[in-house]
Design a binder for this molecule. Structure first.
Ligand SMILES: C[S@@+](CC[C@H](N)C(=O)[O-])C[C@H]1O[C@@H](n2cnc3c(N)ncnc32)[C@H](O)[C@@H]1O
Length: 261
């Protein structure tokens, strides 16, 4: 929890007032409500689905704001955590998946699709439906759906990417089961999870160990990484994104023979 002092409160309320035009009064009040519940530890009384709906609305409005304020180039620079750098330095895989089918689950409005080469690139995110017609999607196939219920057939993908998204989902375990289902037996999962506090847009807070054991229920690490989160600059850092201590993830293979469906 952030240290609450006069400076923090001034910045916090300043941010709300300044950004009301992007989020709307109702969302700002909802954010205040959720932040109050988070600070008092009462957020667990909200149902998972209510909690997720609030996160979802905040998040898509936040993305619209980022795009409008920073433009296409600036947005990609500051808001896309699925960067070439992630592939090269975090996963250590490179970005060339020519001949492979790649699915980015929780891709947002860009995800890794603009930075990777692949035979087929598919992005899955519920934000896509809300924002289609409002923003331009880059090259690739974008499907508006939730990770908990991915409308792709079994064994569809050679590569699944899930970057900075697992702690945004309504049900991370169910989502990993869906990823398991759509991933071919010899496919790879590239995942990174920021180990960050719960907030309006982060529905879950994992410790590093919780995150690891959840992923390892169904997947075996091939390359495991614990890293610092790259600093996001550009004057648009909302308070939730400060002081993120670490990210966990890497490259994973399916544990074969599990009946997770
Ligand atoms: C921090 S953004 C990360 C976007 C992108 N992966 C990246 O690295 O830039 C988290 C994304 O998770 C998405 N998300 C939240 N709940 C989801 C769900 N149930 N299924 C799929 N995606 C979801 C959000 O819409 C948001 O685009």
């Amino acid at each position: 929890m952030p240290e609450v002092n006069i400076k923090f409160l001034r910045e916090y309320f300043g941010w709300l007032v300044h950004n009301r035009k992007w989020f709307g009064t109702r969302m700002i009040v909802q954010k205040l409500f959720v932040d109050f519940l988070l600070v008092t530890g009462l957020d667990t009384f909200l149902s998972r689905s209510t909690r997720w709906k609030l996160a979802h609305e905040f998040h898509w409005r936040w993305k619209v704001m980022c795009l409008a304020v920073n433009g296409e180039f600036g947005y990609n620079k500051i808001s896309d955590s699925t960067s070439v750098d992630s592939f090269m330095n975090f996963y250590g895989t490179g970005v060339d998946f020519s001949g492979k089918v790649l699915v980015d689950v929780g891709c947002g409005i860009r995800g890794c699709l603009p930075v990777v080469l692949a035979k087929e690139k598919v992005g899955v995110d519920p934000i896509i439906g809300v924002l289609s017609g409002k923003v331009n999607f880059p090259e690739g196939k974008y499907i508006s759906a939730r990770a908990e219920d991915i409308p792709l057939c079994d064994d569809y993908a050679d590569v699944v990417v899930c970057s900075n998204a697992l702690n945004h989902f309504e049900d991370p375990r169910k989502s990993l089961k869906e990823i398991y289902r759509i991933l071919k037996n010899d496919g790879v999962l590239l995942v990174q999870v920021y180990i960050e506090p719960k907030s309006i847009s982060h529905t879950f807070e994992f410790t590093l160990e919780e995150c690891r054991s959840l992923i390892c229920e169904m997947f075996t690490p091939v390359v495991e990484r614990v890293g610092k989160v790259p600093v996001i600059g550009g004057g648009l850092v909302v308070e939730e994104l400060r002081n993120i201590p670490a990210r966990y993830g890497g490259v994973f293979k399916k544990k074969l023979g599990l009946s997770v469906l």
